[in-house]
Design a protein around this ligand. Sequence first.
Ligand SMILES: [Zn+2]
Length: 386
Amino acid sequence: MSKQQLALLEELVNLPTAPFVETHVAGFIKTFVAKRKSLTLSSDRFGNLLVRYQPTQKTKLAGRPILFAAHMDHPGFVATKMESKDRVRADFRGWVRMSYFKGTKIQFYSGGRWVPATIEKTIPQKASKATASARSFGADSPPAAVIAKTRAPIDIGSPGMWGLPDATFRNHRIHARVCDDIAGLAGILCMLDAICRKKSRVPTYAFFTRAEEVGFAGALAAVSEKTVPKKTIVVAVECSKALPGVGMGDGPVLRVGDKATIFTPAATAYCQVVADELARKDKSFQYQRKLMDGGTCESTAYCHFGYEATGICLPLANYHNMDESKKKIGPESIDTRDFLNLAKWFVALAESPLTLKYDGSHPGLDKRLNALLKTNRPILARTAAR
Ligand SMILES: [Zn+2]
């Protein structure tokens, strides 16, 4: 199973993608769903994709179905104009520090193949636009666009990515042009595949959004129009910059919050209870529980618009392709054991509503605290006078 899951991960992270140009990833998801008869797919008018797993027979649930969400894009380029026969102009979308652009190799996926290019010139953002962008930080703003020298003409609208090779596996790591958030998305597809195979009795949802990297464009459009089913617990899945105290290889991270907010405490506790139960049964499963405040993620958007939401993420090295030790663009990487544990956790979560209640409180906490109170209250009372 894990071999197949890593093969799926590899295939996905090699696809071209950029904000607003998620066609190849969306196409992969459509084919994946079409091959499994318990899955159905619908698209909202913004191009976000909702996948539903429907069990064959109806079962009474103790809890609420889980909706797993991930984004289909990654910071990248989109070709807007051929300035001459070997010069392309391309917008940059997402956040990467300006110092990484000059002279850097990139590539466009045009006409069914990668066409290499080299950045010759960066075009800065207009001041007003820089402050409006959710991911810009003054002088650290990425360029609005670049001019790059190419070997062949590029079709307008083609996605562009950094000029990095296809994914490689080394020492429990996968190194790829993109992990954020395609590895998160791959984890969700692994879960969907597993629950189809084992004929899970619980309805489960997956939601794949567009253009997260420009400021949650897809997720915000979806929640504002209420196209995300409300009766679910939303688990937003990310690859998130590994921070001090977060070990790569120490397991996927239950993300209690991000740079902006703390997520729904009961939803976080629910995922924790499922993880603890899984760890008791499966000694190879481990997870971490952390505040990942290196950036803001879609969970903040879901929570703000009234969803019960939390986050789970994979610790990520070379966040947004910035290799800070070499000061140049490099592949992102995640630990493959973290990825496989992520998929296991998702399967356990998908099936948890069968037995685990969700009532907006921390499952089991009330019982534990009341037992403590019952034990120690009389001792306190008896010893207070002395
Ligand atoms: Zn992301």
